[in-house]
Design a protein around this ligand. Structure first.
Ligand code: MN
Length: 294
């Protein structure tokens, strides 16, 4: 099932092929009150946790509801007030290799500890939706620091937990979406460099885990102004989704609706005001985002 948040944080099911997609408002099929305020929208975390129990009701509402062209609504980021955004570092071999040159250029030397797989946190307030621009902070642009795109498969946590074994980790995944991990290349801490507002565009939909099946079978691409920069298969993740979920949950309890960015593919590069980014993941969807200075 392809789920979207739109307009006043209504819940939609998206059907149809790209270009002719339609959305049905299934909010009232959830069986609990809707809360349009993203800061108090516990219903969203409940949906992430309890999706299996409402899937049939959502499917029935999709079959009988009014299907509107997707272009008639305003899509929001498919996440509401997650307790955290976990993100993976150094998770594709060719990206780790290219970072030696990037760090020589932007840091004046290689930080060897950054070449090891690990997880870090991004501020949830950095999330933005499919219809929002990526805003580059003017002081960063004025300082001449590079700001890079990273297009990533994002795991949406379902039933959370601590110390989740890898063998059962996929049972704790609600679904998958696409996220950009926009990143300043500077000596500052990752959490600072990656947490500016609009530095985590997300969407356009969440495809639920039952529909994706094996998350190693997805293709990620990113174009800047029509020129391909990134192209990778999630089969090449050094630490795969089950091991990522297990590892992250070994150090922090994962809560329903938490997001896990799985790491940058090779081909990271600078973005500048006026650029148009198109990121896509097969079977999930496409984000087209404009970059501006703010
Ligand atoms: Mn990243």
């Amino acid at each position: 099932m392809r789920l979207a948040l739109f307009d006043d944080h209504r819940l939609g099911v998206v059907t149809g092929a790209e270009g002719t997609e339609r959305v049905v408002d299934v909010t009232d099929a959830l069986g609990w009150p809707h809360d349009a305020d993203p800061l108090t929208a516990g219903w969203w975390r409940r949906l992430c946790r309890d999706f299996a129990g409402v899937r049939d009701a959502l499917a029935a509402a999709t079959a009988t509801g009014r299907a509107r062209p997707l272009g008639e609504v305003t899509l929001c980021a498919p996440a509401l007030n997650p307790s955290k955004i976990v993100a993976c570092a150094s998770n594709y071999a060719d990206h780790v290799a290219e970072m030696h040159e990037v760090q020589e250029r932007t840091l004046g030397g290689v930080e060897s500890w950054m070449m090891n797989f690990d997880v870090f946190l991004k501020a949830p307030s950095s999330l933005s939706g499919p219809r929002e621009d990526i805003v580059l902070p003017k002081e960063i642009v004025a300082a001449g620091q590079e700001i890079h795109h990273e297009s990533e498969l994002v795991v949406v946590v379902g039933d959370g937990g601590a110390d989740i074994p890898a063998e059962r980790a996929l049972d704790h995944v609600f679904g998958y979406t696409l996220g950009l991990d926009i990143t300043v290349r500077s000596p500052a801490d990752r959490s600072r460099r990656k947490s500016y507002d609009t530095f985590s565009p997300l969407g356009p939909v969440i495809v639920t885990a039952d529909e994706i099946g094996d998350p190693r079978t997805l293709e990620i691409t990113l174009d800047v102004n029509g020129v391909k920069r990134q192209e990778v298969s999630t089969r090449d993740l050094l630490t795969a989704v089950p091991e990522i979920v297990s590892y992250a949950s070994s150090m922090m309890t994962l809560l329903p609706g938490d997001l896990i960015f799985t790491g940058a593919p090779p081909g990271v590069g600078a973005i500048e005001p006026g650029d148009r980014l198109t990121a896509a993941i097969s079977r999930i969807g496409r984000l087209t985002l404009d970059v501006r200075e703010g």
